[in-house]
Ligand binder design. Sequence first.
Ligand SMILES: Nc1ncnc2c1ncn2[C@@H]1O[C@H](COP(=O)(O)OP(=O)(O)OP(=O)(O)O)[C@@H](O)[C@H]1O
Ligand SMILES: [Mg+2]
Length: 295
Amino acid sequence: MSIATEAPPRAADSGSTPVLSLRGISKTFGAVSALTDIDLDVGAGEVVAVVGDNGAGKSTLVKVLAGVHRQSSGTITFEGKPVSVPTPREAHELGIATVFQDLALCENLNVIENLFLGQEIGSLRLDSVQMETRSWELLRQLAAKIPTVRMPVASLSGGQRQTVAIARSLLGEPKIIVLDEPTAALGVAQTAEVLNLIERLRERRLGVVMISHNMADVKAVADTVAVLRLGRNNGFFRVADVSSEDIIAAITGATDNAVSQRAAARAAPPPPDDGSTATSTAVPQKPASLSQELS
Ligand SMILES: Nc1ncnc2c1ncn2[C@@H]1O[C@H](COP(=O)(O)OP(=O)(O)OP(=O)(O)O)[C@@H](O)[C@H]1O
Ligand SMILES: [Mg+2]
């Protein structure tokens, strides 16, 4: 069984200062503490998976990074300097791009129009040739499988849409890209496509924060994993050193001994249906994603 480290681990090759560093980030909504004392480091060319059960605080963390919510306390350091990210515009200007789970694409517009929506090239007349060339360049860099950029987004697959949303976020030349559940709605082949895309981002030396519920995806593409539980850090792992069971144990709070907990859960009678214990219901709620076989 691997040991979760207290401090965020760093990718083997990053050695230097992380691009993005969070220390002691808390976020309250009235009486609700969505995040308490969160630490996270993301280096250039590093994929950090942020995992946790429903309500663990993942989306709140994404929104703090995206400038949608301002943290109640704690510091965000970007390229070694303390920064504030009060608005999405500030996040964009710093170089933090976020792809939200709903992707925010316009169904009736084609790929080029979606890529450049709100950031069109050309002051008075749009330079459509330049936008088309730039679209192909971007998609080629991502090794994206999109047959034509003149196709409306409505006729693309889920994986292709995710690709368009990621490509759009790269137009601002970000240093960090935050992906909220990028494979949640995808089938096997499309998931593989998106995981390949994340590898391209790593090759381009971006820091990637990937929110995920899927252990197979985390094991396939992440360098490190940060577990959130009830709004707090509950372990940092290097993916090479950790099993899916250990990550799941940290997610559900069964960190003492994952194997005996699972055996006990199998032997125990079915849990009462009053929803009284979050830990005992957490794993059965997501059998399809959490128990996927690793390749
Ligand atoms: N705007 C808000 N106002 C009040 N409480 C909020 C708000 N946003 C989030 N919360 C609370 O903060 C906690 C963390 O929510 P969050 O959406 O970040 O979890 P999550 O890890 O993304 O969960 P899921 O996997 O279900 O998406 C929850 O208890 C949630 O109810
Ligand atoms: Mg969420």
